[in-house]
Design a binder for this molecule. Structure first.
Ligand SMILES: [Cu+2]
Length: 450
């Protein structure tokens, strides 16, 4: 494609306030208010990630409290006999799938949505980040012809076009495709979710995390790993290992109603389950589904079978559509980053039993005042409102327990989110090993289990 002006020149011209699409020739077109058809067509096969929205089933454990909405008998009829319990909506990463495999993923949503990451926009090497989204439709509810969108909560979009809020931007109808273009200028931890009927679509499972990695990454002069949460200039946000901690909730009646063609009054939302990374303790301690590292450039890609469906660990078929572990493992002395976000409706009090952590970022903003004042703080209990994200770093204490790891419990101390006396809910473990036990982390959430 011949360009009569470089993109950098173009940005100067436009005051930096324009998002470009797919490297298309821009100068004559940029005065227009709409995307030209050829630009849309070019963007269609030029993306970093490709996600699909659909419905499906997943697994929640029984609780001490009987519910008429659990388990859903429709789920028990899942063709392969896997004892799923609950209807969901969700996103799937279909970047590696061919057309047939992708279409096969209708009714195979996952909970939470894939966690993905991208690099901060570099003015010296300008590159936008593009995610194509398609809508496979809802297999169990063909009457519900809802569109889907990608909305990055708290992301500073220059224009609303790619915001994903459906009354102010585009949404993706069933069978259609749209490529979102992002120019991420602010590193940190964001939530993303579908913004169509958002109480319903979010709590049904269409939500996850996105991390923007800082330009400072790769510079080992501040911290030996060269990995940072922010462009701190001093290594204060450097870390060796990284784990997302995504808090969400399930109200069984809402899920049942969607499965059984009933309307929900979502103002009656009352969570039955509190989830960490899409699972309920003790499933939070179980490993990730098998990872396809070669295809994990921007997202933790789960291995697929010949039909494009998610692979599972042997014996953990019930967690097929909940691929994310919450287990944290590290060597003593290492710095560990936990990226917390809460898209439940209730405040959380995530407590580190026996550990002190430092809050270095909040809502994708470093804990620094305008004059550079350090506003980070230490705590053993992270209080998080709904819709908030926090970046938390701790240094693993010296290993002291002889054989096996030292175990520190990380749990929500609000009893309503850690039901049945702490035997379920938002709870996981931090396991600290002697120095040199674990090799370097291959990807976020890479918890090696010995
Ligand atoms: Cu949606």
């Amino acid at each position: 494609m011949k360009q009569s002006i470089s993109r950098r020149d173009f940005l100067k011209l436009a005051g930096g306030a324009v998002i470009t699409v797919a490297g298309a020739s821009l100068l004559p077109q940029f005065l227009r208010k709409t995307l030209l058809p050829e630009q849309v067509v070019q963007a269609a096969n030029n993306y970093d990630l490709f996600f699909a929205g659909t419905d499906g089933w997943f697994y929640l454990p029984p609780t001490g409290t009987a519910s008429p909405y659990y388990p859903d008998p429709l789920a028990e009829l899942a063709p392969d006999g896997t004892p799923f319990t609950t209807y969901i909506f969700g996103f799937r990463n279909v970047t590696q799938l061919n057309d047939t495999q992708r279409i096969n993923q209708k009714m195979k949503a996952q909970h939470n949505a894939p966690f993905f990451w991208l690099d901060q926009f570099d003015p010296n090497n300008p590159k936008d980040f593009k995610i194509q989204l398609t809508n496979l439709g809802l297999a169990l509810r063909p009457d519900l012809t809802d569109s889907h969108t990608l909305h990055w909560h708290g992301f500073r979009n220059v224009i609303p076009f790619f915001d994903g809020e459906p009354t102010g931007s585009l949404s993706v109808p069933v069978g259609q495709f749209f490529t979102y273009v992002y120019r991420p200028r602010d590193p940190g931890t964001y939530m993303y979710h579908c913004h169509v009927e958002d109480i319903e679509h979010v709590t049904m499972g269409m939500t996850g995390l996105v991390f923007v990695r800082p330009l400072q990454n790769g510079n080992t002069s501040f911290y030996p790993s060269g990995k940072y949460v922010y462009n701190d200039g001093d290594g204060s946000t450097g870390y060796d290992r990284e784990y997302p901690m995504f808090l969400s909730e399930v109200w069984l009646e809402g899920h049942w109603n969607d499965a059984h063609i009933q309307e929900s009054d979502w103002s009656l939302f009352k969570a039955d389950y509190s989830l960490l990374n899409g699972r309920v303790y003790p499933d939070t301690l179980l490993p990730n589904s098998p990872v396809d590292l070669a295809n994990s450039a921007h997202v933790l890609t789960i291995q697929i079978d010949v039909n494009g469906d998610l692979m599972t660990n042997p014996g953990l078929e019930r967690l097929q559509y909940q691929p994310h572990s919450s287990l944290v493992t590290c060597n003593e002395g290492e710095r560990v980053l936990l990226r917390f976000a809460n898209l439940g409706f209730r405040e959380a009090a995530m407590t580190f039993a026996g550990l002190t952590v430092r809050v270095v970022g909040r809502d994708a903003t470093p804990m620094k005042g305008r004059d550079g004042t350090d506003t980070s703080y230490e705590t053993d209990t992270l209080l998080m409102g709904a819709g908030e994200s926090y970046d938390v770093v701790f240094t693993a204490p010296a290993h002291s327990s002889g054989t096996g790891p030292d175990v520190y419990v990380l749990y929500n101390r609000r009893y309503t989110q850690n039901d049945d006396l702490g035997t379920q809910g938002q709870r996981t473990e931090i396991r600290v090993y002697p120095a040199g036990t674990l090799g370097p982390q291959q990807h976020y959430n890479d918890a090696v289990i010995y």
